[in-house]
Design a protein around this ligand. Structure first.
Ligand code: G6P
Length: 614
């Protein structure tokens, strides 16, 4: 959470910073600010979105070819103008932007108060910049040394960038547990939380590692040291392959809408080189080296958060059903604090779109420490989780910018379907005929998703009109569609602020049935053949209590038509792959309802896409 960007070079920094902040807004949008150095050090910051900042700045002095910018997701202190970043040090010589949390800020603050420091904001970040200033003053140090020494005294997570008014040719950046990328251009450098603010200027980037400090100066270029002040000899320069179109809306009103409609392509991209229908094979490069170990694992433990956790639940069905390896799915945040039993015979899968979610990363580190093999399933290339795992596979969904995850979810489920298939084939738990059937069917998924998108959209708009004023909604599914019900409810909550619950359909009678009346829309996902009859009975139970049933069914399901109030028809597929298609109406429904309620679909209140704090 929080997006940071910095620039040093020959161009004007301001337009680069503002454009970069707009790209990073998915990381938080409580307030935004910039600092620009042009002899004077000007800081402008404002509660609200980047647009509010731009309006506030108006025709103020925005000159400077060194600058930093920040978009905030509030942790310490309310989201207001004062707590917005950048933060000055007491003397206003130094300025900082920060993504993360300084956990021991209160102790440091008390110590600084004894030295005469006073604070204007409630943030941990202002404490850090005052600490840096104190250390700089006491030792008469260059800024990079003051930053480094200060960081030896803090506990917590950070990606920071600091500039010093009296050292105008330098920018100092550092990271621990929060992402930071340095872009290398022609006589110019960029730093940012991810590569999106950088990509149109250069494709050469260096990913900083934890406890590394980048000193970027006009005279000496990029130098990276660790916290012990040892130089990292040759930082590895990566070439990024990201297209500008991928991070722009391309004619859609919202990124979420664009990302929903990209799914036929992103699912195809995820399978490219991993599935051949003609030759009849599925494979995963990342798995090759550890296939034996995973095939013979005692358990696969999946750690994830949010939508990625729902993908993990689907993986539990897939891997147990096809490959017959026991699977446990854990909320990363709970896993790490409940003293879990993990052995060297376990494999831990971390699923994360961003690859930066703090809880998932910490769960992974714990599993590593306890000897398990770790495997990452991430979207963002070069992200912390991707780099921290023993092996892994990218889902290749391209940048996902809408806060509510859509194409990353189907990418994760596609990847996990491939994984289940590869493991099942290897272990001989499915016949070769079944293996071939699954391969053929997976190859058809992009086309079926496309059909689900185009054929259901009109009906979903009509249903959205009816549902948009509801206060509550219930989502029901069984088997493979139970996690889809959870995901449908989460999507609705996230972006339209309607309270919604996902439930296994049969569990409804143990509680939620008490809520059902004529005002309660009940979305029933009934596309998995093995559960069809049972779910029909559940629908009868809802109708008997006057609930309004919106049923998602396979094309041609005439039985459900007789009892449900609304029907959404989608193409059928083999049972293990049903979530890939049945989730499409869930995404569209929440999207249209949110738009009809006037919500900002891409930036729902209080949320952020990349949750880099606990
Ligand atoms: C946040 C986002 C969700 C996402 C979750 C996990 O809560 O708003 O959309 O599913 O984090 O993120 P990850 O990047 O680890 O998949």
């Amino acid at each position: 959470m929080c997006g940071i960007v910095g620039y040093i070079g020959n161009r004007q920094a301001y337009p680069i910073l503002i454009k970069g902040l707009r790209r990073l807004e998915y990381r938080g949008y409580d307030s935004a600010g910039v600092a620009l150095l042009n002899g004077a050090l000007n800081v402008y910051k404002k509660k609200g979105k980047v647009n509010d900042l731009v309006n506030f700045i108006g025709d103020k002095n925005i000159k400077g070819n060194l600058g930093i910018g920040h978009t905030r997701w509030a942790t310490h202190g309310a989201p207001d103008d004062i707590n917005a970043h950048p933060h000055f040090s007491g003397s206003e010589r130094l300025v900082i932007i920060h993504n993360g949390i300084i956990e021991n800020y209160a102790t440091i603050k008390s110590w600084l108060e004894t030295k005469g420091h006073t604070f204007t904001s409630e943030t941990d970040t202002e404490v850090l910049i005052c600490l840096i200033e104190q250390i700089q003053k006491e030792g008469d140090l260059p800024i990079e040394d003051a930053v480094r020494i200060a960081l030896t005294k803090v506990v917590g997570a950070y990606a920071i960038v600091v500039i010093d008014r009296l050292d105008p040719n330098k920018m100092v950046a550092a990271r621990k547990s929060s992402p930071l990328v340095v872009g290398i251009g022609e006589e110019e450098f960029f730093v940012a939380s991810d590569a999106t603010p950088i990509v149109e200027y250069t494709n050469q980037v260096v990913y900083l590692d934890d406890n590394e400090i980048a000193i970027v100066s006009r005279e000496n270029g990029l130098k990276v040291v660790n916290i012990q002040n040892e130089e990292v000899k040759i930082p590895i320069v990566h070439e990024i392959d990201m297209k500008i179109e991928a991070i722009e809306k391309g004619g859609y009103e919202y990124f979420m809408h664009k990302e929903i409609y990209e799914q036929p392509k992103t699912i195809d991209d995820c399978m490219r080189g991993r599935l051949s229908v003609q030759e009849g094979w599925a494979r995963l490069g990342g798995l090759a080296q550890y296939k034996n170990k995973i095939c013979n694992a005692d358990r696969i433990i999946i750690v994830a958060c949010g939508t990625s956790w729902h993908a993990g639940l689907i993986a539990e069905y897939l891997i147990e059903d096809l490959a017959r390896i026991p699977v446990e799915v854990e909320y990363a945040s709970e896993f790490r604090y409940r003293n879990p039993i993990i052995s060297e015979r376990d494999v831990v899968l971390a699923i994360s779109q961003s690859g930066e979610t703090a809880d998932t990363l910490a769960a992974l580190e714990l599993a590593k420490k306890m000897g398990a093999l770790t495997y990452g399933i991430c979207n963002v290339v070069g992200s912390s989780i991707a780099r921290a795992t023993d092996a892994g596979s990218y889902i290749h969904a391209g940048p996902e910018i809408g806060v509510a995850s859509t194409k990353a979810f189907t990418g994760q489920v596609t990847l996990l379907s491939l994984m289940a298939l590869v493991l099942a084939n290897e272990r001989g738990t499915i016949s070769s005929t079944q293996y071939q059937e699954y391969i053929t069917e997976l190859g058809q998924i992009p086309e079926k998703v496309n059909k689900a998108l185009t054929s259901s959209d009109d009906e979903i708009r009509i249903i959205s009109e009816k549902m948009k004023n509801a206060d509550n909604a219930l989502y029901l599914g069984r088997g493979y569609n139970f996690p889809v019900a959870l995901e449908g409810a989460l999507k609705l909550k996230e972006i339209s602020y309607i309270h919604a619950e996902g439930y296994p359909a049969a569990e409804m009678k143990h509680g939620p049935i008490a809520l059902i009346d004529e005002n309660m829309p009940v979305v029933v996902i009934a596309t998995n053949p093995s559960a069809h009859e049972k779910i029909m009975s559940n629908v009868q139970e809802v109708k008997a209590r006057k609930g309004v049933v919106i049923a998602v069914v396979n094309e041609g399901d005439s039985e459900m038509k007789k009892i449900a109030d609304y029907i959404i028809e989608i193409p059928s597929t083999l049972e293990p792959f049903t979530p890939l298609i049945s989730v499409i109406p869930m995404q569209l429904l929440s999207y249209h309802i949110a738009v009809m309620r006037g919500c900002n679909v891409d930036q729902p209140r209080n949320l952020a896409k990349s949750v880099t704090v606990e």
